[in-house]
Design a protein around this ligand. Structure first.
Ligand code: BTN
Length: 257
């Protein structure tokens, strides 16, 4: 692990403690081991290069040059169940950050649970990993990967990057991280003050597939129905063909029909 030259460092608000690495296997792994050693709330591990990134559900996250890889250690005073709402807070902050640096014609959408789509294709993913001690949340690591300059070519459905969607070259990983850090503070403060309701409302306003026919890949099966709602805990509510509803806590959504 080597450190980044001072002139290349992102400038973050003082509430963050930046750990800047030239390269590492996974910023999530790095942030989790620092959290275990007592790293404080707001510790943000950023790496210019990531060699063994991981995504949700055991998938790999490719480490392409020029993209953004970082993980934030959080110690919110809330239950483990409520902490999952921070994934939606982060997705909104990422949407705000992208909106502040990218051309206005780029359409930003949120795909359940925490993906960010640009013009209908995935450009960013969020991985939440946490430690629960005797039923209480000890720490939460919010890991974020954004395709700024490049995107994997072999994914189905296809991915995209900010540059591919028309963001200028001066929109860099560092600039996006700086914008995210500011917007996340504001979104997280709103969440702390007013709870999940305003976050849920804003997320739903730009939700991919809401009200439409969707398929959901669960751990052991696939269900189809209508994306009816996001509930007050962040679960996906699917209306099934027989009129019943299913509350989904983890899975992958795709549009059908
Ligand atoms: C997903 O969409 O499946 C979530 C992807 C999360 C990837 C990021 S990149 C930075 C951080 N470090 C990791 O190993 N994963 C997350």
């Amino acid at each position: 692990m080597s450190e980044v030259a001072a002139s290349d460092l992102p400038r973050l608000p003082p509430a963050y403690r930046l750990v800047a690495l030239e390269t590492c296997e996974s910023t999530n792994s790095e942030a989790m081991s620092r959290a275990e050693e007592g790293a404080e709330d707001g510790t943000l591990v950023w790496a210019r290069e990531q060699t063994k990134g991981r995504g949700r559900r055991g998938r790999a996250w490719q480490g392409l040059p020029g993209n953004l890889y970082f993980s934030l250690v959080l110690r919110p005073d809330c239950s483990p169940q409520h902490a999952a709402q921070l994934g939606f807070v982060a997705a909104l902050a990422l949407g705000d950050a992208i909106g502040s640096v990218a051309p206005p014609m780029i359409e930003v959408q949120f795909k359940w649970p925490n993906d960010v789509l640009l013009n209908g294709r995935k450009a960013a993913g969020i991985l939440l990993e946490s430690k629960i001690l005797e039923g209480e949340l000890d720490w939460l690591v919010l890991g974020i990967g954004v395709n700024v300059a490049a995107y994997p070519q072999d994914l189905e459905p296809p991915a995209t990057s900010l540059h591919f969607e028309g963001a200028p070259d001066d929109v860099t990983a560092v600039r996006l991280l700086e914008a995210f850090a500011r917007h996340f503070m504001s979104r997280a403060n709103r969440w702390l003050d007013d709870g999940f309701a305003p976050i849920r409302r804003d997320w739903k306003y730009h939700a991919y597939g809401l009200g439409e026919a969707i398929g959901v890949d669960l751990a052991a099966r696939r269900v189809e129905g209508r994306f009816k709602d996001l509930d007050e805990n962040g679960a996906l509510i699917v209306e099934l063909p027989d009129g019943g509803t299913l509350s989904v806590a983890a899975g992958d959504v795709y549009r059908i029909g």
